[in-house]
Design a protein around this ligand. Structure first.
Ligand SMILES: Nc1ncnc2c1ncn2[C@@H]1O[C@H](COP(=O)(O)OP(=O)(O)O)[C@@H](O)[C@H]1O
Ligand SMILES: [Mg+2]
Length: 260
């Protein structure tokens, strides 16, 4: 068993909370067109843990990611990154927090076509006028496995490679937490496996915290934990998921949905 420097078994050590939602509520629209996208969601994401968020289309997965990452306002409750309450921040502070502490990966890679891979990776830091930590950047690039491709433009890379550039870009600033919304949604299964393996490595080897939305049980099996959403609520959780166990849970929810 691995031990911490303090002698306690690693398994007993409680990791700090990287992000936490408490009774987080998000309502879109008003009156008859009102949609409760998140209905008092409470969940925490621990440091160096890989969490997958699953649920039917429209269950609030993207809304949860956007509210936690400060990309969307909340209607009620609280969203925290570390000790910082997002709802209390003005625009300037929120922008800085997003830049310094949060990485976000979208389904579409959103790379700039005129920049090469390395330039894309360091772009957010270049804009912010921050010098990349060279040692960290080298490690990220190495983990991404794109060392020989850094001078390539996006159109000279495969989909999987492009998404790995996007993942490296999100990691380069050494964020406290990374959110990824269906990062493998546009990829074939082999490229998807590349990206998922990389996300898992960033958690296991670099101690990153990752929260990833997916509808794919195989993708979810790369995570340490799966949280299930339905109708804007958390309905279940699974630790050390296998694809079969995830599939099994999903079937149960489907059956419930149909009979109720
Ligand atoms: N900008 C918006 N305006 C109005 N309704 C929205 C908006 N974004 C999402 N919704 C609604 O909120 C609910 C949750 O959406 P979303 O979080 O995108 O679900 P998921 O990512 O799980 O598919 C859905 O009913 C959706 O139609
Ligand atoms: Mg979505």
């Amino acid at each position: 068993m691995t031990t911490t420097p303090f002698g306690a078994p690693a398994a007993v050590r409680t990791a700090a909370v990287a992000a936490r939602a408490t009774d987080l509520t998000k309502v879109y629209g008003q009156g008859e067109t009102q949609v409760v996208a998140l209905d008092a969601v409470s969940v925490e994401f621990r440091q160096a843990e890989f969490t997958a968020i699953m649920g039917p289309s429209g269950s609030g997965k993207s809304t949860l990611m956007h509210c936690m990452a400060g990309l969307d306002s909340v209607s009620g409750g609280s969203a925290r990154i570390g000790d910082v309450e997002l709802t209390g921040l003005n625009d300037k502070k929120l922008t800085r927090l997003r830049r310094d502490k949060i990485g976000f990966i979208f389904q579409a890679f959103n790379l700039l076509p005129t920049l090469n891979a390395l330039e894309n990776i360091t772009l957010p830091m270049d804009i912010a006028g921050r010098k990349p930590d060279k040692q960290w950047l080298d490690m990220v690039v190495d983990t991404v496995g794109l060392s020989g491709r850094l001078k390539h433009r996006p159109n000279q890379l495969s989909g999987g490679q492009q998404q790995r550039v996007a993942v490296a870009r999100a990691l380069a600033g050494r964020p406290e937490i990374m959110f990824a919304d269906e990062p493998t949604g546009n990829l074939d299964s082999r490229s998807g496996a590349e990206v998922l393996g990389f996300l898992r490595n960033s958690v296991r080897e670099l101690g990153q915290t990752v929260v990833m939305v997916t509808h794919d049980p195989v993708a979810a099996s790369y995570a340490d934990r799966v949280v299930f959403l339905a109708d804007g609520r958390i309905v279940d959780e699974l630790r050390e998921p296998t694809a079969d166990a995830v599939l099994d849970r999903m079937k149960r929810f489907d059956a419930k949905g149909r009979t109720s």
